[in-house]
Ligand binder design. Structure first.
Ligand code: TZP
Ligand code: MG
Length: 201
């Protein structure tokens, strides 16, 4: 499985930012918004889905299984505190993506076998985007977790262009970013630069 650049939306993301990430070549989009209501997230996911489908890119929803189900999104990403992955898998069916955040080797060992299709490993570095993040793994810690993963992994947390060679060398299927795209003056160009770096790493 190759994902390449995985764009995770910032709170209050407008649709144009997702369009820019798609136009730049992102391979996966996660709608993540800690401030939106459930109804707002369902509406946004329904608006974004046809755009993502036209680009051939899956759209998954952070945290909220009800939003993923009501919108018909392509999957869900869960944190460690977001409920039982086996129950989410049963609700999503066998074909949709189910991601899980992994912060330690112990969490990887405890992951329910069969339910999860992708793990997000991190944070690699401290990041202001997620104020309550776990202890950063660093690139070496990332590589150690990924080496033990039976399923595809993406790196997340404080990562950008310069980290891509090490993240690819660690065996990751992609790199998940918020601010490297959302904080760029030109998000489409920033995505394209990340995609090119990934391809050539
Ligand atoms: N999970 C772990 S770190 C993080 C999430 C959602 C935030 C990543 O944001 P950024 O801006 O790419 O550091
Ligand atoms: Mg969560």
């Amino acid at each position: 499985m190759s994902i390449g650049i995985y764009f995770v939306t910032p709170d209050g993301c407008d649709d144009a930012l997702v369009c820019a990430a798609l136009a730049g070549g992102a391979g996966l989009i996660q709608l993540r918004d800690k401030t939106a209501t459930e109804a707002e997230m369902v509406a946004q996911a329904r608006r974004l889905l046809p755009l993502c489908r036209a680009a051939g890119v899956p759209l998954i929803v952070n945290d909220r299984l009800e939003v993923a189900l009501a919108s018909g999104a392509d999957g869900l990403h869960m944190g460690q505190g977001d409920g039982d992955p086996a129950q989410a898998r049963a609700a999503l069916g066998p074909d949709r993506h189910l991601g899980l955040s992994i912060e330690t080797q112990a969490q990887l060992a405890a992951m329910p076998k069969g339910a999860i299709s992708l793990i997000g490993v991190g944070p690699v570095r401290a990041t202001a985007t997620k104020p309550d993040h776990a202890t950063p793994l660093g690139l070496d810690g990332l590589a150690q977790v990924v080496a033990h993963s039976p399923i595809p992994a993406v790196a997340i947390g404080g990562v950008g262009l310069a980290d891509i060679p090490a993240i690819r060398a660690a065996g990751c299927a992609g790199v998940a970013v918020v601010s490297a795209i959302s904080g760029a003056d030109d998000p489409q160009a920033a995505t394209r630069d990340l995609v090119n770096a990934w391809r050539h790493a």
